[in-house]
Design a protein around this ligand. Sequence first.
Ligand code: GLN
Length: 485
Amino acid sequence: MDLSEKNRQTLLGLAGDLKAKKISSVELVNECFKKIDERDNTVKAFLSVDREAALKAAEEADKRRAEGKSLSDFDGIPVGIKDNIAVRGETLSCASKLLKPVVSPYDATAVARLRDKGIIPFGRLNMDEFAMGSSCENSAFQKTCNPCDTERVPGGSSGGSAAAVAAGLVPATLGSDTGGSIRQPAAFCGTVGLKPTYGRISRYGLVAFASSLDQISPLSNSVTDAAALLDIMAGVDRMDSTSLDAAAPNALASALSGAASGSLKGVRIGLPEEYFASGLSSGVDKVMQNSIELAKSMGAELVKVSLPHTKYAVAVYYIVATAEASANLARFDGIRYGDRKEGRDLIDTYFKSRGAGFGDEVKRRILLGTYVLSSGYYDAYYLRAQKVRTLIRKDFEEAYKQCDILLTPVTPNAAFKFGEKSDPLQMYLSDIFTIALNLSGDCGVSVPGGKDEATGMPVGVQFLAPALGEAKLLGAAAAFEAALK
Ligand code: GLN
């Protein structure tokens, strides 16, 4: 078998082939090993793969299928997991030296729900340390390359998750999105990346970066696959008090009908003017203009809208996210978890362990976050940022009075080269189109939209929808994807 065959790249295609007995799960998993052996020496998406465990799970899936006891259509399909999402018996390093020795004793709820359907959690994927970054250059262990051009970054922080899908190493992966960490690498590598509504998927078992922003979610080769995985993982969880007790998303049905129709008739698509202002590279601008034309030809009604507080999104995000990170990362002290560096006394042990264990970017965020929360500065920075966050959310509410979904760029540029953004501020500014969505708590998806004319690199387009609007969002995105093909 060959994973590069078109229908073998998607979960739905693979599910069909498994059902028709054209392939077995063991063959599929072996094919992933083969692809990893061929390509991952260069791409470096995976930190590790427990081949024995994956094969054993595949054998069990094949046995269930032979007995007519499959757990779902997806039983026996491997899905790669970012190394900040807990899988029982696997590392949970967050690509940090500090957590290198940690092995998770439990499954994240999202992972447990995949397992309930027979999906095999497959390998540990590289990322920026503690999900802080936009290029995977902040991993303490290795630099993942963009499979489309290995001199370029795959994006971040879920760079390993995007690169693994784009390189055909595994049909889908899980990542996490706090400020764009799924959508931006998806755009850079040419895959689909979904950020669901805050609370849609339980965060239990996701190592916390910024708890009011973090979401687990899939990266895949099609919008329908993202919808299928969302449907499986969504739902309230008593282990995460922020998980939403909402009606099931029913995203797959909607995505399938969108893909079949290829139509956007009756859909009002808002184009926020602030997202098309100066700063877009000409390659991204071209892809956006083509996408707008395509949406129009598919029957969408295009509306100009405004999100006036967008200009504050980067500033607000880097206050809220660092504040929450400084509190969340306080638990990593070398005492209970991870790599302890013995000091003279307890305090010295904290200093030594954290000093040696955290990388520069993580330390920068902890310092920033501690500063904006400290007495005397709390009101000026943190409290003010929270107020502006509310204004950003209200902008979206206003916009959605005039339209159903929004269409925007994901990033100002296509994937950049390693070392190109060595100034942290330049790196932060590249998140400009993704982070407002995390601040508002709504849902969005990045879909391949075309190629950058200058570099030939993939360019993503972003569809955004109101909270709990995943069915509508993925229906429209699937229609767009189908029409583009
Ligand atoms: N690039 C952003 C940051 O560095 C987003 C990270 C994320 O979504 N995890 O914080």
